[in-house]
Design a protein around this ligand. Structure first.
Ligand code: CUA
Length: 322
């Protein structure tokens, strides 16, 4: 009887705490059609999960009460029941129907999750995404480079062509409100997409444990109205060519600082503040392109424009330590 009270008590506590906890379990508000399909599938499956949970736990509690030992001797057998065709049919058919419904629903939703809207393939934007220890690099069709923070137009399908360098590890690009995870696999190309419904900033993070600084591999997508985005992309293109963009600073903060510290104060990698190497263009390029000891060759596919941006930034504002 006492254990029954404990059971009822803890169930009550759980039930009271549940509404708060449920908010944490629910998927984020979808801001792209594929994220919407994922949310719908989640909710559809949840109906059965909650139903089965209540059914099983309800029966469990009912049986515990109804068939408790009462005054029967401890080792005396209870009533023996052999077979019940009706019951057996029910517990076989019910799971089959549930699994069929879930399977059918997911298969119906799947194309909407995987495939970008094909009717508008002509005006979609393609961005190349490279996952690397420990940053995301984005490359637009016109050669504009961005690190960690992607900018995208609202209402336009954005196709992401995702990969990772041959000598890197697997990462996973994930902005929950814009769709599911997609792995960035060394030497392979995977694809995903989103079509943001409205402007805003959507955050996510690398979803595959990829090393000590995995937690710093954040990603965000800033969605702008289409015209504003187009203007930004053009001006960024010009600024990048004219060597006046913020690319150098972005590279420092996104690529170097994750390990060497934002002020070059050191972290899992050596302190860079005050290092004479930083003022030696050739030495910096050599290390960034080829890596050194445990440092990966983060810049082996960088364009000269990109390399220049980092080196110029380091010359203009060398890290000063903390
Ligand atoms: Cu990249 Cu975790």
């Amino acid at each position: 009887m006492r254990s029954l009270l404990v059971l009822v008590g803890s169930t009550l506590v759980a039930a009271i705490a549940a509404p708060a906890a449920l908010g944490q379990l629910a998927p984020v508000t979808p801001e792209s059609p594929n994220a919407e399909s994922i949310r719908d599938s989640y909710l559809f499956v949840s109906i059965f999960v909650v139903g089965v949970f209540l059914l099983v736990e309800g029966l469990l509690i009912a049986f515990v009460v109804r068939y408790r030992r009462r005054r029967r001797e401890r080792f005396e057998d209870g009533v023996q029941i052999h077979g019940s065709t009706k019951l057996e049919l029910m517990w076989t058919a019910f799971p089959v129907v549930v699994l069929f419904l879930i399977g059918a629903f997911v298969f119906i939703e799947l194309p909407g999750i995987k495939d970008p809207p094909s009717a508008r393939a002509s005006d979609e934007l393609e961005v190349r995404v490279t996952g690397q220890q420990f940053h995301w690099q984005y490359e637009y069709p016109n050669g504009v480079i961005a690190i960690d923070a992607l900018r995208a137009p609202a209402g336009v399908p954005v196709r992401l062509v995702v990969t990772a360098p041959e000598d890197d590890v697997i990462h996973s690009w994930w902005i929950p409100s814009l769709g599911g995870k997609i792995d960035a696999i060394p030497g392979r190309v995977t694809e995903t997409w989103f079509e943001a419904t409205r402007p805003g900033t959507y955050r996510g993070q690398c979803a595959e444990l990829c090393g000590v600084e995995h937690a710093k591999m954040l990603a965000s997508v800033e969605v702008l109205p289409e015209a504003e985005f187009a203007a930004w992309l053009r001006s960024r293109r010009d600024a990048q060519s004219a060597r006046t963009s913020d690319l150098g600073e972005e590279l420092w903060a996104g690529v170097c600082a994750k390990c060497h510290g934002l002020a070059g104060e050191g972290g899992i990698a050596p302190r860079l503040a005050g290092s004479a190497t930083l003022t030696d263009r050739q030495a910096v390029e050599e290390i960034v392109r080829n890596g050194r000891r445990t440092m990966p060759a983060v810049g082996n596919d960088w364009t000269d424009e990109q390399m220049d941006a980092l080196i110029s930034y380091l010359e203009e504002s060398p890290p000063r330590g903390s």
